[in-house]
Design a protein around this ligand. Structure first.
Ligand code: SF4
Ligand code: SF3
Length: 525
């Protein structure tokens, strides 16, 4: 038995990672442990058929799904512990459960069925892993939604069906998309209820002298706890990766020692963290195996885990991180750092609250012809050279167009100064990947204002994907009937030719080609 994983964009040869280690650094043992966990989660879902899942079962379901997202956990021990909790809960719900999706000694049977069925089941399972990440963040802030929670169980029951046909599974994939919209809406609401409505904010990329901590991932609650605990400690806090939009939330922005943003997107961490005299806290994906040169400075919390790293538990006592930052002492002088295009600041905070507050200006600018087209250039970043497409695409967009962006793919271009239209910057960062909710809200509001459908707006979505949150967001967009999406850098390994045909025929999804060719196609339509 060997590992097989094809859940992210790095899958070897666009087919799958096999052998001893995946491209992400996940070992065979961890991959097989994640398969066991997934099998137990499917069992849990089946055990609860016709019954309302207990609170404990829901929590285990969300944690289990999120743990298997790419770059979250590399730790077979914590995965095994979670698996055994899921197993006990499954047996408590149905002691006689028999499940035909493989024994622990063989790979999940789910993956050995017809390729189209496997493809749709993958879209459901991987999409739900993404939704679980967002549900988890909302849960941390005390918010949950029964409909969202029920979908985890319903979706995994569909995956468990060995006689499922394409017609059974297609509606479930769309349902995963619809439920993700609800989930992102819940997260948007609890984020803004807790930390205020994001406001446009310019964030320095310079690291001031003195001790500092870099916090990365998506979890705003962890950031706030860390800001509280470092208040009078002489330690500055810098965001990294998907934590950047935190600067725009009034209640987080209010902390004077939240100073700026360190580095660029996740895939550059092994280079950017080497020799850094500060501590780093990972709150969610995307952790890469730490190099020896800096592993003593890396800390994990929540579901993120890596063998040998110090993990901050539920008590959220960040003292080890703070002490490490004090011990390292930081840079001796302010360190001017830049984005990948040489910019020294980036801006964020253009969520639906801000953009819709100036909707009148935007609509007038479109009517007057000052804004000809909107692009949503968003999604994940990654290591493939082909991702340079997104930088070039943005650089080549005409001056009378606006670029909305979100998630970590924006580091390819968010330090560019492309000027302004009607007082609004041409590049507007709407936030983290879950803030795709903001983009959808803005698109729907614009469509209403112009009395047309979203597909009739002068708007094109140019998306980049890497991990499973991008999968659920894509399903959300499709479930809303949004067409003509450009997707790259490559298409997912788990999309079979027939499923791809379905997506092309029904939604006109196109793989990206070159920035010039795609821009010509889009703007001449
Ligand atoms: Fe490979 Fe991605 Fe799976 Fe890691 S998560 S093993 S890189 S397909
Ligand atoms: Fe990025 Fe990992 Fe997907 Fe939240 S942080 S978008 S890749």
């Amino acid at each position: 038995m060997s590992m097989f994983c094809f859940q992210c964009e790095q899958a070897v040869g666009c087919k799958g990672c096999t052998g001893k280690t995946g491209v992400c650094g996940k070992t065979e043992e961890v991959a097989l442990g994640q398969d066991d966990l997934t099998r137990e989660l499917i069992g849990l879902a089946v055990a609860y058929e016709g019954k309302t899942p207990s609170e404990k079962a829901v929590r285990l379901m969300i944690e289990g799904l999120f743990t298997t997202v790419t770059n979250v956990s590399f730790d077979k021990e914590s995965i095994a512990q979670l698996t055994s909790k899921v197993k006990s809960e499954k047996l408590a719900a149905d002691p006689n459960l028999k499940l035909d999706c493989g024994t622990p000694d063989e790979p999940l049977k789910l993956w050995s069925s017809d390729e189209d069925i496997r493809s749709l089941k993958s879209l459901i399972l991987l999409g739900l892993r993404g939704v679980a990440a967002y549900a988890y963040h909302a849960l941390v802030l005390g918010r949950a939604n029964d409909e969202v929670n029920e979908m985890f169980f319903k979706g995994l029951r569909a995956v468990a069906k060995t006689d499922a046909a394409m017609d059974d599974l297609l509606p479930v994939t769309m349902e995963v998309g619809q439920i993700n919209l609800k989930c992102m809406e819940m997260l948007d609401k609890v984020n803004t209820d807790t930390y205020g409505t994001p406001v446009p904010t310019t964030v320095p990329l310079t690291i001031e002298k003195g001790p500092f901590i870099v916090i990365t991932g998506h979890d705003l609650y962890d950031l706030q706890q860390l800001l509280e605990q470092t208040k009078d400690k002489g330690v500055n806090i810098y965001t990294h990766g998907e934590m950047l939009p935190a600067h725009a939330y009034p209640k987080l922005k209010a902390y004077p020692h939240l100073k700026g943003n360190f580095g660029t997107a996740w895939q550059n961490q092994q280079k950017e963290f080497a020799d850094m005299p500060g501590a780093v806290l990972f709150t969610t994906n995307c952790l890469m195996p730490p190099k020896d040169s800096y592993r003593d400075r890396i800390f994990t919390t929540e579901l993120v885990a890596y063998p040998g790293l110090v993990h901050i538990g539920d008590d959220k006592d960040f003292s080890p991180v703070i002490n490490k930052a004090l011990e390292l002492g930081g840079y001796k002088e302010d360190r001017v750092m830049t984005g990948i295009n040489g910019g020294t600041t980036v801006t964020t905070g253009f969520g639906h609250g801000t953009v819709l507050s100036v909707a009148g200006t935007v609509i007038d600018a479109v009517k007057a012809g000052a804004i000809k087209h909107f692009f949503l250039v968003g999604g994940c970043d990654g290591a493939k050279p082909g991702r340079n497409y997104y930088t070039e695409f943005v650089k080549k967009t005409p001056e009378d167009t606006v670029i909305l962006t979100l998630a970590c793919g924006k580091y390819r271009f968010n330090d560019l100064d492309l000027g302004a239209i009607g007082g609004l910057p041409r590049i507007m960062d709407m936030g983290q990947c879950n803030d795709a909710f903001s983009a959808i809200k803005v698109a729907v509001a614009l469509a209403e204002a112009f009395g047309c459908g979203v597909n009739d707006l002068p708007l094109t979505l140019v998306l980049s994907w890497y991990e499973q949150k991008a999968v659920c967001i894509l399903l959300t967009l499709l479930s809303l009937g949004i067409k003509n999406i450009y997707l790259g850098p490559t298409l997912p390994a788990f999309v079979s030719p027939n499923v791809l045909n379905f997506l092309v025929e029904n939604f006109n999804i196109s793989p990206i080609s070159t920035p010039e060719e795609d821009l010509t196609k889009i703007l001449n339509k």
